[in-house]
Ligand binder design. Structure first.
Ligand code: AMP
Ligand code: MG
Length: 339
């Protein structure tokens, strides 16, 4: 590791939330659309001849996926599965379940879509926040674990214990970004940037041929940024406890659950940003690495450095950037490069 210092101009940082803001007016500005879905505010910008048609298709696709994956919607595929405890999965849910299982294995169980009963217990499912006691958590933890799910990858049939419920919230937005980006590439467009909550995915280059600039949020103050990443054809996904949390008796409890303890992950990281060509993997990994903490995240990166890169922010707000993207990252603070 070695320290590196770079400076950035504040204007670039603000413009970088949505790279298109920095572009000149007229044809090169792209066509924008804002959508509220998957419990989050989404912004899509598309450049090229068929931008409007591509955006229509994108919006339909996001709504379709929201209709499959939303735990808050009783008629969604996931809700039905959580209710009936068995079923034959749709093509999208098969893909998501299988990818979730791979990421679960890759991260030694840190990523686990069977945590939904814990999300409910802490109140993140309905907004009725509370702190469950140890007995309740240990009772719920007995039925957390992807190995308890019976799944037939030939037929897509899934069976789970009565007490279990699934939640694709840690991977669904990344999958949606990936799907929508692939779908829009089928239209006559030159480039696109979509931002679904903390998930950004880019295709092609900006009209001036430069790379997209994606801001990495300051986990302590989400109206500001700690750095800017220049990327092309990549997903940039950030997970952090600051995204959803509540406070009780002066303690803050956030929405990323450590499947080993049943409690909000307390690994010493404030945020994890994953950069990867595959939006689904980027999303699953950002959640998992936040649970795993610095040391295990670095070990995992070292054995998969051809698959993803990352930016970690620790509790003292120090940044760590993996070697694969260190020359694409600008921050006015010092950061360490991980090799
Ligand atoms: P993200 O913002 O992508 O990190 O996802 C956070 C969401 O993922 C939470 O709101 C939950 O729906 C879900 N989640 C929480 N903890 C985990 C975990 N350990 N593994 C998988 N999904 C999780
Ligand atoms: Mg995630």
């Amino acid at each position: 590791m070695r320290a590196k210092h770079k400076t950035i101009i504040a204007v670039i940082i603000f413009a970088a939330v949505c790279a298109a803001i920095a572009l000149p007016s007229g044809k090169e500005q792209g066509v924008k659309r804002s959508i509220f879905a998957m419990d989050t505010y989404m912004e899509l910008t598309v450049y090229g001849h068929d931008a409007e048609a591509a955006l229509d298709a994108a919006e339909n696709e996001i709504m379709r996926l929201d209709g499959l994956l939303s735990t808050g919607n009783l008629s969604s595929e996931v809700s039905q599965l959580n209710n009936k405890k068995s079923g034959v999965l749709s093509k999208d849910c098969r893909y998501l379940f299988e990818r979730s299982k791979q990421i679960n294995e890759m991260t030694d169980g840190a990523f686990d879509i069977t945590i939904y009963p814990l999300m409910e217990a802490w109140g993140f499912a309905g907004g009725d926040f509370r702190v469950p006691d140890d007995d309740e958590l240990s009772r719920l933890l007995k039925y957390v674990g992807m190995s308890l799910v019976e799944y037939d990858d030939e037929t897509g049939e899934l069976k789970m214990p009565q007490q279990m419920k699934l939640d694709f919230g840690g991977i669904g937005k990344g999958y949606a970004s990936q799907r929508v980006t692939e779908l829009m590439r089928g239209y006559d467009i030159d480039a696109s940037v979509i931002s679904l909550g903390g998930n950004v995915q880019t295709f092609g280059r900006k009209p001036d041929k430069s790379k997209w600039k994606i801001a990495v949020k300051n986990p302590d103050d989400t109206s500001s940024y700690i750095g800017v990443l220049s990327v092309m054809d990549k997903a940039v996904v950030t997970s952090g406890g600051y995204e959803r949390f509540f406070e009780k008796d002066g303690v803050s409890y956030h929405h990323i659950i450590d499947p080993r303890t049943g409690r909000p992950a307390n690994s010493g990281l404030l945020s994890v940003t994953v950069v990867c060509g595959d939006g689904t993997l980027a999303d699953g990994l950002s959640t998992a690495l936040y649970v795993l903490g610095m040391e295990k995240a670095v070990d995992l990166w070292r054995s998969h450095s051809n698959e993803f890169d990352m930016i970690l922010v620790d509790s003292s707000k120090k940044q760590y950037v993996t070697d694969g993207i260190s020359n694409l990252y600008d921050s006015e603070a010092d950061y360490e490069i991980i090799y």
